[in-house]
Ligand binder design. Structure first.
Ligand SMILES: Nc1nc2c(ncn2[C@@H]2O[C@H](COP(=O)(O)OP(=O)(O)OP(=O)(O)O)[C@@H](O)[C@H]2O)c(=O)[nH]1
Ligand SMILES: C=C(OP(=O)(O)O)C(=O)O
Length: 208
């Protein structure tokens, strides 16, 4: 087992992106969530990073998608929200000897191989305990922890500032990874319009 893990939390495809329910049918949202996860897994594969990839979800299809690629799929034991799912995944990977954890949400339509190399590269500094990537809307679009339990998960409203406040309180050594492509997640109707071309493209050829 590699000591560096990447955990991808995925809400059930039919439930995800509920903020887009005003413009997408349930089947379109399901297809969008499947496409978003597929693209992130494709970019991870193309990055060739030496990380163990685990998808945690209540959706059997999402787990099967991961397992079909030789990745790990961890059934979420309860609907504890995003932070609960990440805590469960962290317990699981620590039992496997994980020494570093990269949390990568599935809804990153512009994620690039360069972003993954940038995050991973920052995390290789032995003095760095946290690498955090802000989203455009004050959230957290990637969080790397060394060791995995060095910080409590605080995803949600204004999570970037919440994570920053916590790591500063704890006096942790951290780096901020800023990237236009990683800062863009997909939450609001405007995000969907911006991502329309990327989501149609080949995820590896079309992004780098
Ligand atoms: N496993 C798991 N993943 C979650 C959960 N809630 C959110 N996620 C995932 O975490 C990432 C970021 O979450 P959001 O941006 O809130 O995505 P979302 O929940 O689909 O969007 P909304 O339904 O509009 O809030 C996405 O990849 C979600 O699929 C959860 O309860 N469990
Ligand atoms: C939960 C998060 O994602 P979003 O802001 O996209 O809901 C977050 O960034 O903490």
């Amino acid at each position: 087992m590699l000591p560096f893990w990447c955990v991808i939390p995925v809400k059930p495809f039919p439930e995800g992106k509920s903020r887009l329910s005003g413009m997408l049918s349930p089947s379109a949202r399901t297809a969008l969530n499947r496409r978003l996860l597929t693209r992130v897994l494709d970019i991870l594969k193309a990055s060739d990073l030496p990380v163990q990839v685990l998808v945690i979800s209540r959706d059997e299809e999402a787990l099967a998608l991961a397992r079909g690629r030789g990745l790990l799929g961890l059934p979420e034991v309860e609907d504890g929200g995003l932070n609960g799912a990440l805590a469960q995944a962290r317990t699981h990977i620590q039992a496997q000897g994980a020494q570093a954890l990269l949390v990568l949400p599935a809804d990153l339509p512009f994620l690039t191989v360069a972003d993954l190399h940038g995050l991973y590269g920052m995390a290789q500094d032995p003095d760095v305990q946290v690498v955090i990537a802000p989203s455009r809307d004050g959230g957290t679009n990637a969080l790397c922890l060394r060791p995995p339990d060095v910080l409590d998960f605080a995803f949600g409203e204004e999570s970037f500032q919440a994570h920053l406040a916590q790591l500063r309180r704890r006096g942790l050594a951290y780096r901020v990874y800023r990237s236009v492509t990683l800062a863009q997640d997909l939450d609001q109707p405007g995000d969907l319009w911006a991502a329309r071309d990327v989501l149609r493209q080949d995820p590896v050829q079309g992004c780098c």
